[in-house]
Design a protein around this ligand. Structure first.
Ligand SMILES: Cc1cc2nc3c(=O)[nH]c(=O)nc-3n(C[C@H](O)[C@H](O)[C@H](O)COP(=O)(O)O)c2cc1C
Length: 201
C-alpha cells in the first residue's frame, strides 16, 4: 500500500501535521510505504490555466517542485490532504496544490462527468482539517473538497477533523481525533491487504 501525504500547514509540528503523522506512523507500522511532502517547503505556482493538459499533454507542463508530487499522487493508493482552516478555507499552500490537480481531469470532463479523471480507480483520500474554532463553524469546508476529490477521480474520501485547536500543541489533548486517525489507518491497511488478496493469482 502506497500512501502519499501532502502537509498543507506551514507549521510542521502543528496540529494538522501531528494528526497526519499519527495516521502515517500507524500505517507505516502495518507495512505501508509512505511519502510525505511539506508543501510549504516546496517552490511551485498555482495552475496557470494554459490548458496544455487538455490539448497537447497528459500531464502538467509546469516543471517545478510539484512535478514529483503530482506523479507520486498518481502512483498512490491513499492520499492524505492535511491542512489548517485559514479564513474559512484550506491553507493557500494546499489550495495552490489542489488547483494543479486540474491536470488529472480529462479534456472532456465537462461533458462526460462519469469519465472526468485520468487517475486510476480505487484511490482513497484522507482529509485532515484542524481549526481554532468549535465544530459548528466551518463545516462547509470539507464538502467542497469532497466534491473536488470525486471529480478528479478519488471516490473514497474520509475526514479527520480537529476543532478548538488554536495553539500549535492543542492537538495533544485531542485524544478522540488521534484515536480516529489510528483506527482509520488500521482499517485502510486491512482493506488494502484484503484487496491485494482479491487481485492475487
Ligand atoms: C492565517 C490564519 C487564519 C486562520 N483562520 C481560521 C479560521 O478561519 N477559523 C478557525 O477556526 N481557525 C482559524 N485559524 C486557526 C487555525 O486553523 C488553527 O490554529 C489550526 O489548528 C492550525 O493548524 P496547524 O497547527 O496545523 O497549523 C487561522 C490561523 C491562521 C494563522
Amino acid at each position: 500500500m502506497k500512501i502519499v501525504a501532502l502537509l498543507g500547514s506551514p507549521r510542521l509540528k502543528g496540529n494538522s501535521a501531528f494528526i497526519a503523522e499519527h495516521f502515517l506512523e500507524t500505517a507505516r507500522n502495518l507495512g505501508a510505504e509512505i511519502q510525505s511532502f511539506a508543501l510549504n517547503k516546496l517552490t511551485y505556482r498555482g495552475c496557470q490555466a494554459c490548458r496544455a493538459c487538455k490539448k497537447t499533454s497528459e500531464t502538467c507542463i509546469l516543471k517545478d517542485d510539484l512535478t514529483e508530487v503530482l506523479s507520486a499522487v498518481q502512483e498512490a493508493d491513499v492520499i492524505v490532504f492535511s491542512s489548517p482552516v485559514y479564513f474559512g478555507d484550506i491553507s493557500g499552500q494546499m489550495k495552490n496544490f489542489i488547483d494543479r490537480t486540474y491536470c488529472f481531469l480529462t479534456p472532456n470532463f465537462y461533458r462526460d462527468p462519469e469519465n472526468s479523471s485520468r487517475l486510476s480507480s480505487g484511490k482513497t483520500a484522507v482529509w485532515i482539517l484542524t481549526q481554532g474554532m468549535q465544530d459548528t463553524m466551518f463545516n462547509d469546508v470539507f464538502p467542497r473538497y469532497e466534491w473536488v476529490m470525486k471529480i478528479i477521480g478519488i471516490h473514497k474520501v474520509r475526514l479527520l477533523r480537529g476543532c478548538g485547536l488554536a495553539k500549535q500543541d492543542d492537538v495533544l489533548s485531542c485524544v478522540d481525533v488521534l484515536k480516529q486517525a489510528e483506527e482509520l489507518a488500521v482499517h485502510l491497511m486491512k482493506a488494502g491487504v484484503d484487496n491485494d488478496g482479491a487481485r492475487g493469482p
